[in-house]
Design a protein around this ligand. Structure first.
Ligand code: GLP
Length: 252
């Protein structure tokens, strides 16, 4: 279904959404081996990453010429730290694919000059020709990347201050303690996100239902950063039944 400029796709379970998205990416790679992907962390993409690894093992997904840009990284956490998003991606995906290390792009949260690091990332994305397909998760509060609800949003890659709920949601990566989660992160900005040629936001589980309802049916507001996707010409929202529960009144 199409609502407010968004293409909404419904799946019976998180597993089905994951399989369909992994196949979609594999098809993209077959058509364009040099595909430039934007990737999220979090629990939501994990089943899809597992499926991508399976497709790769079966010879159905070749990453040898692909490039990736991750959305965000914690400030003050070195790439090799087990709590970094870089380590997370290495464990869950990159370490199991044939992707060339020099084409894996990440923000370095331990860079001495964070503003310069953000500029470097924007330039690297431009040099790669821009992001072809950007995958997004969704924060319970409507954040995308680390663009938190606020009166104003940053357009470009920037240093972001994390909301308490976001720090709580990331506590598992820091021995379960919210206090252990950094207060700041580097994140692609809303403009960086909206410049991607195609966007797929994946949301699963009932905890995301309210944010999904607002993102799809609500007005565009910086208080719900994901609602900005409504202005993108090719943004899709892929949902399992639980995450889609708030859309049911509209019918499918
Ligand atoms: C984190 C990440 C986001 C991610 C979101 C949802 O804070 N910075 O990129 O989409 O939280 O995470 P999960 O998929 O675990 O719900």
């Amino acid at each position: 279904m199409h609502v407010n400029g968004l293409t909404i796709r419904f799946f019976g379970s998180p597993g089905r959404a994951a399989t369909a998205l992994a196949r979609d990416i594999a098809r993209g790679l077959a058509a364009h081996p040099g595909l430039v992907l934007g990737l999220p962390t979090g629990r939501t993409p994990l089943p899809m990453y597992r499926q991508l690894v399976n497709l790769h093992r079966n010879g159905d997904a070749d990453f040898s010429r692909a490039s990736t840009f991750n959305l965000d990284e914690f400030v003050g956490v070195a790439p090799g730290d087990p709590g970094s998003y870089r380590s997370f991606m290495e464990r869950e995906l990159f370490g199991q694919l044939n992707i060339a290390p020099q084409r894996i792009h990440f923000l370095d949260g331990s860079a001495p000059d964070l503003a310069a690091e953000c500029l470097r990332y924007e330039r690297a994305i431009r040099r790669a020709g821009g992001i072809d397909l950007l995958l997004l998760g969704l924060g319970v509060n409507g954040h995308i990347g680390f663009n938190e609800p606020s009166d104003g949003l940053e357009g470009q890659t920037h240093v972001a201050r994390l909301a308490p709920t976001t720090r709580q949601a990331n506590a598992a990566m820091f021995a379960g303690r919210r206090g252990g989660v950094p207060r700041r992160a580097l994140s692609m900005g809303i403009g960086t996100i909206l410049r991607a040629r195609r966007i797929v936001l994946l949301a699963t589980g009932s905890a995301k239902a309210e944010a999904v309802r607002k993102l799809v049916l609500g007005t565009i507001t910086t208080r719900m950063p994901a609602s900005l996707l409504q202005v993108h010409p090719a943004a899709e929202v892929w949902l399992d039944a639980d995450a889609a529960a708030g859309l049911n009144a509209r019918g499918r």
